[in-house]
Each structure stands twice: as C-alpha cells, then as structure tokens.
Design a protein around this ligand. Structure first.
Ligand SMILES: *[C@@H]1O[C@H](CO)[C@@H](O)[C@H](O)[C@H]1NC(C)=O
Ligand SMILES: *[C@@H]1O[C@H](CO)[C@@H](O)[C@H](O)[C@H]1NC(C)=O
Ligand SMILES: *[C@@H]1O[C@H](CO)[C@@H](O)[C@H](O)[C@H]1NC(C)=O
Ligand SMILES: *[C@@H]1O[C@H](CO)[C@@H](O)[C@H](O)[C@H]1NC(C)=O
Ligand SMILES: *[C@@H]1O[C@H](CO)[C@@H](O)[C@H](O)[C@H]1NC(C)=O
Ligand SMILES: *[C@@H]1O[C@H](CO)[C@@H](O)[C@H](O)[C@H]1NC(C)=O
Ligand SMILES: [Cu+2]
Length: 176
C-alpha cells in the first residue's frame, strides 16, 4: 500500500517536472508579444468618460412619413437606435390633395401586428408633423411599436407605415 502510494507520488512529481520542462522549453512562447509596445500604445490611455451624444433620426430619411414606404425595412437598415435618441416624424398637414397621417404607439406586439389602432395611443396628431416635425424621445428601454393611425389602420396594414424600435443601451465600457 505504502509503496504504491510512494510510486504514485513519484509519478506525480515526474509529471509536474515534465510539464515544467515543457513550459520552460516553450519560454520563448511568451516573448512573441511585445508588452512594452502594448503599454506604450494602450497602457497610458484613460477610459474615455465622454458619453456619445444621443442622435436625432428623421424617420424615413428624405422620404419623411408617408403612405407606401416600407418603414420596417427602413428601421432595420437604419438601426440600431439607442436610449435617449430622438425620432422625428415629418408629414404635411392634410388638405384636398394630401392624405392625413399621424403617429400612434401600440402597447403590445399583437396590436402592432394587427394594426389595431383603436387600442393604440395617439402621440402625434395629423398636424404635428408639419415644419420641424413631431419628435419623440426613446426614453425607456422597451420596444416602441409605431404606426400611422389613419384610415382605421389601413395606412399601417397596407401602407407600410409601421415599424418597431428597441432602443439599445450604449456601451458601458467605451474603451479602448
Ligand atoms: C517593443 O516595443 C517597444 C516600444 O514600441 C520598442 O522600443 C522595442 O524595441 C520593442 N521590442 C521588441 C523586441 O520588438
Ligand atoms: C474621446 O471622446 C472625444 C469626444 O467624443 C473624442 O474627440 C476623442 O477622440 C475620444 N478619445 C478616444 C481615445 O477615443
Ligand atoms: C418590408 O420590408 C421587410 C424587411 O425588409 C420585409 O420583410 C417585408 O416583407 C416588407 N413589407 C412589404 C409590405 O413589402
Ligand atoms: C437619458 O436622459 C435622461 C434625462 O436627460 C438621463 O437622466 C438618463 O441618464 C439618460 N439615459 C441614458 C441611457 O443616456
Ligand atoms: C396640399 O399640401 C401640399 C403639401 O403641403 C401642397 O404641396 C399642395 O399644394 C396642397 N394642396 C392644396 C390643394 O392646398
Ligand atoms: C394637434 O395637436 C396640436 C398641439 O397639441 C394642437 O394645437 C392641434 O390643434 C392638434 N390638431 C388636431 C387636428 O387635432
Ligand atoms: Cu398615414
């Protein structure tokens, strides 16, 4: 019993020794990376405390907010958006030739999918898109389900005037 334990200890010692030997032999492995160089490049940098500023995004870009444009597609291609970013909806006031538009927020995904504007909340009425446009700040970390509420949801379901935005948190560690 005792001798076999002793034998095991020896085996372990030999194993350790051989591992050390291997790592000693591979000592050069560490020198492949120039730490002095790394330090001179990054070591002295202080984390950049200046936060990136929130953006102002014009919904639809130069297309503004109108019937027959795919805003889901626009949102995918122009996202992601971040907390405290401002979305600006620009649309003309209705007259004899221009259709009315508005901005509604749905409380959940299913209302959004079904364009159930009756259960949505109007945030921008038909005249608020004029001039500087209707502005909304993405203050909360939640999905925002936007749509036009006109023609009982027709602009939402058939006019492409709907999109969802999930504002992201900007990086906690903006370094390096
Ligand atoms: C490592 O980088 C420092 C600073 O750039 C340089 O002075 C030094 O020569 C480099 N050492 C090697 C071994 O490349
Ligand atoms: C830190 O932020 C400022 C202001 O945004 C920027 O001008 C500068 O280049 C940044 N520095 C680094 C090291 O990222
Ligand atoms: C709008 O674009 C999205 C994503 O690109 C696509 O899945 C969807 O089918 C498009 N909708 C219409 C009505 O073309
Ligand atoms: C957004 O703005 C509010 C009010 O200005 C501020 O208290 C909050 O920290 C901001 N949030 C982020 C994630 O920048
Ligand atoms: C309706 O409004 C549009 C955009 O503001 C304008 O171009 C057009 O001339 C107006 N039409 C009438 C009949 O007032
Ligand atoms: C839209 O809202 C603005 C500001 O709250 C108000 O002055 C205007 O009368 C409203 N327009 C309509 C058509 O309800
Ligand atoms: Cu509309």
């Amino acid at each position: 019993m005792a001798s076999s334990k002793f034998a095991n200890s020896v085996t372990v010692l030999i194993l350790i020794a051989s591992m050390l030997g291997v790592s000693m032999a591979n000592k050069d492995w560490f020198s492949g990376y120039n730490y002095t160089d790394w330090w001179s490049r990054y070591g002295h940098q202080k984390p950049n405390k200046t936060q990136p500023q929130p953006n102002k995004i014009f919904v639809g870009g130069s297309e503004n907010w109108h019937f027959g444009f795919n805003y889901s597609d626009w949102a995918t291609k122009n996202g992601p958006f971040y907390l405290n970013d401002t979305l600006v909806f620009k649309y003309d006031a209705p007259n004899a030739t221009t259709h009315a538009h508005s901005v509604y927020l749905f409380s959940n995904y299913w209302s959004f999918m079904n364009c159930d504007v009756k259960r949505a909340k109007m945030v921008g009425n038909t005249t608020q898109g004029v001039g500087e446009g209707f502005k909304i700040v993405l203050k909360r970390w939640q999905p925002y389900y936007f749509a036009c509420g006109e023609k009982d949801g027709f602009h939402c379901s058939n006019g492409g005037m709907k999109f969802v935005v999930m504002p992201l948190l900007r990086s906690f560690f903006p370094w390096p």
